[in-house]
Design a protein around this ligand. Structure first.
Ligand code: BGC
Length: 738
């Protein structure tokens, strides 16, 4: 039995049904003597006044600001919060962990298993697989001594040029919420705390510490906040990490609206809010709902130690909050069993087994975008192959910043990308040790496989002319801290692909990108695979798909726009005012920078295209297979949708069935309301049923949700643009509180 079977039930990988919130151990309100609530209260009552700020703040635990002086039980990672030994409260050892235990520039001296990027994971549309990945990361983190993982990146993709797009999951609240919830549940199955982050509306890196997001409450609740809400319900994370940006004029980590009103009051969240690193503007963030100051050297002052203690002495509002902060942190510790299951560094790790999880995730995450004349899969008896570009002789690309993961021995290559100051070490283009050229040679043992690095187009064209098949690897690096100027492939790669595919029509393009790209050369190519940043075993996964050992089943979790002109904003707001090469944050905040998310409101990505009548280059939900599938027989009462999926092709494979709301009372309104990844043998048919979350049909009314009375039309979609015959359902009006 695999870990995913244990956590998510035997159907986890085959039919990845949505893990409903009700199935998950809820944040139960019962307070039996041993409940986490009761234990937190009892420990709080035993605290001495001077112990009350121990858990509320802590330092950065990586050598970013000079040499480190950490307590003996700290582990080099992102952060450290001291424990209270007298009361049996463990210290909190924090590492970044969205894609694996992070590399922290090699400072810890050991490696970890890198899962593919968030976009790749999400392309599987497989919640069970995400759970298995989370469980794997959690087990490695535990073995290294960590007990708090900074994971669960849930920000929706409002702009495909966002530099952190690769870390996040999708542009859709249901898909992101379900996937992140399962990843978090997987992590926390190891008796450790996971965060969900960055709360909220952290949609761009440009001016990330000061950009002020403007959005109506209703649009936020129906989009970005809904993704977090679903993720919290399913994953039940012990902590929420608030974001860098401002929202409606207030820093997210000091936003009464986000933290007190939405998260704690409306959603009844019981865990704690930790700050992002360097995101705390002042002491009053405590009154606005922040519970813990992280990486405190990066803030203007350590607010949540002596200053907080003094405020609590003088002001009952701070005293009440200080107790509440402790209760929340202790609740998360006890609810996840951190005290009873201590994480001791130096435990053995089964890298072979964990690598298999990374491989399976990469295989399910690769999206086949084009396959003219079924040029793929390639025959393993191929005789001559030209491999061009993308450092395919070296490794596979990874995204940069705090989420960077490298295996034992570190990156295969690391190219500085500019920038100055302490963060420059993060801003490097790193390749993981999984080599496409080698994997292709292993798949086609009889072939003469020759490689050109693609720096000279003439050289690549000569090689392409002489080969039976050409595989061009194209990379687009992305990093935390900087957005992308546009959606082209950099460094002349668009021209390279155009020239090579003109020289040889059997040209297959493998993309390793952190964002959608536009493809001026598309019509000239035979096939295109989007492999994203494919992780520790990425090359094996790519070769496995190219040669048909794996039948591709990935579907896009983000729209690939036909052109940047189709996006809600022509450029990332504020982009032109910043040096795109900066490393870290600009010294002078541009406090005038505001970002208007009311342009698209809750209509991100495919919803925006549907509203504006635009067609994508490749729509949300799109993905080809070496087999063919037919979905039909849709029936819905508005609460569930039933249909059947059949594999009409000749190979076993998986389809991702998608159900969309397409209109309400005759007015176009598109929402993904359900999905299921279904594995089918050739000729096999399966009945599928998905539950429709009523919030996806409703409007936020200021206090809760309202379903308007009327006619709702649903359709099955191969993707967001290729929709079947709609089925209509009459629904009566209803409202409920969140
Ligand atoms: C990032 C967070 C990360 C933290 C700690 C910040 O710069 O925004 O995602 O968890 O650093 O490394």
């Amino acid at each position: 039995m695999t870990r995913s079977d244990l956590i998510f039930g035997a159907a986890g990988l085959a039919l990845a049904a949505v893990l409903a919130p009700a199935h998950v151990a809820a944040q139960s309100a019962t307070s039996s003597p041993a409940s986490p609530e009761a234990r937190a209260q009892a420990t709080l009552e035993r605290m001495q006044p001077e112990e009350k700020t121990v858990l509320t703040h802590g330092p950065l635990a990586m050598p970013l600001m000079g040499p480190l002086e950490l307590p003996a039980d700290a582990v080099v990672g992102a952060g450290y919060i001291a424990g209270i030994a007298r009361l049996g409260v463990p210290s909190l050892r924090e590492t970044d962990a969205s894609l694996g235990v992070s590399w922290v520039m090699g400072a810890r001296g050991d490696g970890a298993t890198a899962l593919p990027s968030g976009l790749a994971m999400a392309s599987s549309w497989n919640p069970g697989l995400l759970g298995e990945g989370g469980a794997m990361i959690g087990s490695e983190a535990r073995a290294k001594g960590f007990n708090v993982l900074l994971a669960g990146g849930t920000n929706l993709m409002r702009d495909p040029r966002n530099g952190r797009t690769f870390e996040y999951f999708s542009e859709d609240p249901l898909l992101s919420g379900v996937l992140v919830g399962n990843a978090i549940a997987g992590i926390q199955s190891n008796h450790i705390i996971s965060t969900i982050k960055h709360f909220a509306l952290n949609g761009q890196e440009t001016g990330r510490k000061f950009a002020d997001v403007r959005i109506s409450d209703a649009a936020a609740r129906e989009s970005d906040l809904l993704a977090f809400q679903i993720g919290l319900e399913i994953g039940n994370p012990g902590a929420v990490m608030c974001a860098y940006n401002r929202v409606l004029g207030h820093q997210a980590c000091s936003s009464d609206y986000l933290l007190n009103t939405v998260l704690k009051r409306d959603w009844g969240y019981k865990g704690f809010v930790m700050s992002d690193w360097g995101a705390v503007p002042g002491l009053d963030a405590a009154l606005n709902g922040l519970d813990q100051q992280s990486g405190e050297q990066l803030d203007p002052a350590v607010f949540f130690a002596d200053k907080l203690a003094a405020a609590a002495k003088a002001d009952p509002r701070y005293a009440r909050r200080l107790d509440d902060m402790n209760r929340r942190i202790l609740w998360a510790i006890y609810a996840n069993g951190l005290d009873a299951h201590s994480a001791t560094p130096g435990q053995p790790i089964d890298f072979a087994a964990n690598g298999a999880v990374a491989l399976e995730t990469a295989k399910q995450g690769i999206v086949l975008l084009r396959n003219e004349g079924d040029v793929l899969p390639l025959a393993r008896s191929a005789k001559s192959i030209a491999v061009i570009g993308g450092y395919a002789d070296t490794g596979v690309l990874s995204g940069a910043g705090s989420s960077q993961v490298q295996g034992e021995g570190g990156p295969a290559a690391s190219i500085p990308m500019g920038g100055e100051g302490p963060f420059a070490a993060f801003i490097t283009q790193q390749f993981q040790r999984s080599v496409p050229l080698k994997a292709i040679r292993e798949m086609a043992p009889e072939a003469r496989v020759r490689y050109a690095n693609g720096r000279y187009i003439s050289d690549a064209v000569n090689l392409a002319r002489e080969a039976e098949i050409v595989i061009v690897f194209a990379t687009k690096w992305a990093t935390e801290g900087a957005d992308q100027p546009d959606l082209t492939l950099p460094e002349g790669q668009d021209a390279l692909i155009a020239a090579v595919s003109a020289a040889n029509p059997r040209t297959i393009v493998v993309l390793e990108t952190g964002n959608p790209v536009i493809m001026p050369w598309l019509d000239k190519t035979a096939a295109v695979l989007e492999a994203w940043y494919p992780g520790a075993r990425g090359a094996d996964a790519i070769a496995s798909v190219l040669f048909g050992e794996t039948n591709p089943s990935g579907h896009l979790p983000i729209t690939f726009p036909a052109s940047e002109a189709d996006l809600p904003r022509p450029k990332v707001d504020g982009f032109a005012t910043l040096d795109p090469n900066f490393a870290g944050d600009p010294p002078t905040p541009d406090t005038r920078l505001s970002v208007n998310y009311d342009i698209e409101g809750s209509d991100l990505g495919y919803r925006w295209n549907a509203r504006e009548g635009k067609k994508a280059l490749f729509p949300f939900g799109y993905g080809l297979s070496y087999s063919r599938f037919a979905a039909g027989g849709l029936a819905s009462d508005g609460a569930t949708a039933r249909f059947h999926v059949t594999n009409t092709g000749a190979r076993a494979g998986a389809d991702v069935a998608q159900v969309y709301l397409v209109s309400r009372n005759g007015k176009a309104r598109q929402r993904l309301v359900g999905f299921a990844r279904v594995e089918l043998a050739p000729g096999e048919s399966r009945e599928v049923s998905v539950t429709i979350d009523p919030r996806l049909l409703a409007d936020w009314n200021g206090k809760g949700w309202t379903i308007a009375r009327g006619t709702y039309a649903f359709a099955l979609g191969e993707d967001a643009e290729h929709l079947g015959e709609p089925v209509t359902v009459a629904l009566s009006a209803r409202s409920w509180k969140d």
